[in-house]
Write a protein of this length. Sequence first.
Length: 121
Amino acid sequence: MRAVLTAVLLTAFALPSAAAELGGVWLRDSGASRVRVAPCGDTMCGTIVWLKDTSGPAKIGQRVFYNMKANGANAWTGNAFNPENGKTYSGKMTLSGDTLTTSGCVLGGLICQSVSWSRFN
């Protein structure tokens, strides 16, 4: 019983830490945009804070990830908005060190398109 209680407490304290590691500014692998990931209520959200080309459909201040809730170790699920086509998808985020992988998925997660991001300091 003591081991179970310890595991539950460690998990409870680990989740806020993982969310804190997720927070910050991320640079898209193409170099086209930067997104700030931060808490929004009890979930995590990502908002565009910089664009290489401001003439496209994406706009600074636009929220592109929202309702992202912890879903395992260093993983979150929620919604992903694609400014290029105006559609919202099931979203996934996975954090590995200073690399964030985001995915927008359709058909219950059967088809996903992923993008890699690096931490921007």
